[in-house]
Design a protein around this ligand. Structure first.
Ligand code: SAH
Length: 443
């Protein structure tokens, strides 16, 4: 979502004469768009600011200005601390306030002190952002992000999101479909719908009622030129029958779902305030696969939540095996300021958290590798969305989000190509041109 937000900030700044650059050196303004989800991410901000300070000072020495801004969830959660620790920062603003960038810039130009804008505005930023224009930073080689839902009311005990992104808010369906049409017209073949709990989407429908995500996806599937739809990230207890059915009914919806489980232990899940048990998750995975038999699932896991025993951790490993995740992100529990879990007793020692994380990652890696190897010999439509590291190579995404490498000859960046999967590696696939007369596409 920060990638999406950054592109929308560029949309706001373009009419003021700014243009995007990927180099901080020489820029008139640098915005760090930050993440607060774990401590590591937050701490990075301060080391990065130290580096940018030198750049700002050297520009000022040569009589030029460089505005330094901190945006995003670290700004929201620790705005005052940023200004205390890094007084050379000019602007600090939260994830719901960036539509006010023009006013902030005017104020920063006038004021002798830094601008801090971390109040949650009463209005929705989406009602005040300029339309994504053709050439938007949001469409990159055929792929685009589109935020449909933001914030969270679920209050998982470990998570800062309700405090940094604010309460759950869904954009009206008409605004979403209009933005999707503009993205498709600007070249997007694939759109990933975004939200902190995107499957809990409940936006105003065009006739004044309400649509869930399944209905919204059906409407988006009508858009000419839009060939692939994905959504991320989801809350298991928010998976509706409608949305499950969409996985069977809407061919553009890709057969891959990121559905964070966090743990396989009912006791830990309850302590996390997750509102689903391990068997609920197993049943949900079964239903999804009934709707779409080739659906691949990925997940998030936290090891070492306070009170997690070895037996609890074994339950997590069992869930990973039972569901057969083909990919997952896993993290050590990180105590976040202001969350209930940060003050829980019964902390798991750092070494145990790490050991469990290593065991979990080993299992996940084995499952991921087995899945990648099982793809050998299949033909898959791959959206080639970036140049490869080696020259003459392109990289794309399979329907299952696996990166696929191919020799570029005859292929076009930003297009969907049918590739024959030659080799499955632990983290990627190698493909080659498929002879479509002899082979059948699998997805
Ligand atoms: N809203 C979704 C997914 C959130 S995505 C859900 O509730 O399932 C953010 C991911 O970051 C989470 O899935 C979780 O695994 C991880 N995360 C959040 N807070 C964390 C913390 N305090 N320590 C470690 N990981 C955390």
């Amino acid at each position: 979502m920060n990638v999406y937000d950054s592109a929308r900030m560029a949309d706001v700044l373009t009419p003021l004469g700014y243009a995007l650059t990927d180099q901080a050196e020489g820029a008139h303004m640098v915005i760090l768009n930050t993440c607060h989800i774990r401590e590591n991410a937050s701490e990075k901000v301060f080391s990065e600011l130290g580096r940018l300070r030198l750049l700002k000072q050297s520009r000022e020495k040569s009589g030029e200005q460089m505005i330094l801004a901190v945006a995003g969830c670290v700004a929201q959660a620790a705005g005052e601390e940023i200004l205390n620790r890094a007084p050379y920062v000019d602007m600090v603003f939260g994830p719901q306030a960036y539509h006010r960038l023009p006013e902030m810039l005017a104020k920063a130009g006038r004021a002798m002190e830094a601008v801090l804008d971390t109040d949650f505005p009463p209005e929705s930023k989406f009602d005040h952002l300029p339309e994504t224009a053709p050439g938007t930073a949001n469409v990159k080689h055929g792929a685009a992000f589109l935020t449909v839902q933001e914030g969270c009311d679920k209050f998982c005990a470990f998570c800062v999101v309700p405090y940094t992104r604010g309460g759950e808010h869904s954009r009206p369906a008409a605004a979403v479909t209009a933005e999707a049409r503009r993205l498709a017209a600007a070249g997007a073949l694939e759109i990933t719908l975004l939200g902190q709990n995107v499957n809990c989407y409940h936006g105003e429908s065009p006739n004044g009622g309400e649509w869930g995500l399944g209905r919204l996806i059906a409407a988006l599937a009508e858009i000419d030129g839009l060939e692939r739809i994905r959504y991320t990230t989801s809350y298991p207890a928010g998976m509706s029958e409608d949305l499950i059915a969409a996985h069977g009914d809407v061919p553009q919806l890709m057969p891959f779902l990121h559905l964070p489980a966090q743990s396989g232990s009912d006791k830990v899940l309850a302590a996390m305030n997750r509102r689903h048990g391990a068997d609920d998750y197993r049943r949900l995975a079964g239903k999804l696969r009934q709707a779409r038999p080739d659906l691949a699932l990925s997940s998030d896991f936290i090891t070492g939540f306070p009170g997690e025993t070895d037996a609890d951790f074994q339950s997590t490993l069992r869930l990973v095996e039972d569901v057969g995740f083909v990919q997952a992100y896993s993290f050590k529990f990180s105590a976040r300021p202001g969350t209930p879990a940060a003050t829980l007793d019964d902390r798991v020692p750092e070494a145990v958290k790490e050991e469990r994380l290593a065991v979990l990652q080993e299992l996940l890696k084995a499952q991921q590798t087995a899945f990648n190897v099982s793809c050998e010999g299949r033909v898959m439509p791959v959206l080639l969305d970036r140049p490869g590291r080696r020259s003459g190579q392109l990289v794309g995404r399979s329907p299952y989000m696996q990166p696929v490498h191919v020799d570029a000859g005859g292929f076009q960046l930003g297009a969907i190509a049918n590739l024959r999967i030659e080799t499955g590696f632990p983290n990627s696939l190698a493909g080659s041109a498929a002879n479509m007369q002899n082979e059948r596409a699998c997805a």
